[in-house]
Design a protein around this ligand. Sequence first.
Ligand code: NDP
Length: 404
Amino acid sequence: MAKKYYELTPDERLAFLNLNDSDRKELHENQSTNNAQIIENYISDFRVPMGVLKDIIVNGRHISVPMATEEPSVVAAANNGARLLNSGGGISVLLPERTAMIGQILFVGCQFHEINGYVTTHQEMFFKKARQAKPSIYKRGGGLISIKARRVSDHEISVDFEIDTKDAMGANIVNTILEAEMTLFADFESHILGAILTNYATSQCVTVTGYVPVELLGGLQVAEKIVALNQFSKHDPYRATTENKGLFNGISAVVLATGNDWRAVEAGGHAFASQNGTYQSLTTWHIQEDKLYGQLSLPISVGTVGGVISAMPQAKNALHMMNVVSADELRGIILAVGLAQNLAALKAIASGGIQRGHMRMQYRVLALQVGALPEELELLVSQLSKLKQVDANIASKLLMEMRK
Ligand code: NDP
């Protein structure tokens, strides 16, 4: 019997795709047996550049942070923002007493008081079941912290399980415990919609703060503009979306480099940005005396173990580079990068230079696109930088002239 597509080898799968010989060869050359085990229908690796934020001070410790991103200028901006915040002594991290994931069992078409009564009177039974479902997380000092019924609407109820998953991101741990807990709701079975963790990880909300002496920003006028831009993003979702995107340029690059789930972090972040009913910037900046103070708060679900981290050597290298010992420490570092990234972007806009900085890196990409060799890049980029108007045609012509 013919094999199903998912049962084929990566090369056999490639043979079915609309590819010319050279594309197929390139995809083949980028295969790795390790990654072929991680996802389904694997055909090849997709490489993303990894750069480094060389020095950021987080809770007094100098750290080099790996960043995986395809966007030019992100790593340069992160280094820039970190240098400014380092001059104010670096970034301080405020963690909740105990970080935890939240899992939900979802009910529809029943009375809140019934579910709430059941949950309140059977607490011990739920705690016992969690321990039975995942004894290993208890041995590590984690496990169920609380269980509460929450009214979502007049006919929808969520039973929220707060679970300490220690140094794992915890999605699978939470789902395992929830499945076991669901069996205890047999009397309400017809009302159960399902059970799953939430990525709105409000019990993992971390805050980072830092400051920069105003003179290092180019003066009070720039600092005031940064504050005004930040205020604007508290009132205008259009501005806020871009400001938060810039912040996630840094956050997601570290989340990805460490083998963590950047969709989970971004989804939680955007939900948190809407907590007041309007989508707002996640950071807040203000001036006090001669300093610009910044703060960023964000729920952040990441791990230093579990998921694909152990299966991806690059992720383990990244964690070693930062010398992180716990998921909580990683949370602080990731948010610190986010604050630095945000500062760099706001400073660039406030001083009218965002396009200037961006374009030099974009010209490098354009130069590569039109076929410049590594030894031709610098000259072509510097010639492109002098022009008022640049496109692929112009870059290509300049390259031809350079080669004459
Ligand atoms: P795992 O299922 O790999 O669980 C983590 C495992 O790590 C634990 O079972 C534990 O094993 C082991 N471990 C070793 N040391 C520690 C420690 N110090 N603290 C805690 N655990 C430790 O991964 P997660 O539960 O973290 O799930 C993360 C994955 O789930 C990610 O890949 C994510 O993309 C994915 N996912 C995400 C969803 C979402 O965000 N909505 C939904 C579903 C999946 P032991 O049993 O020995 O204790």
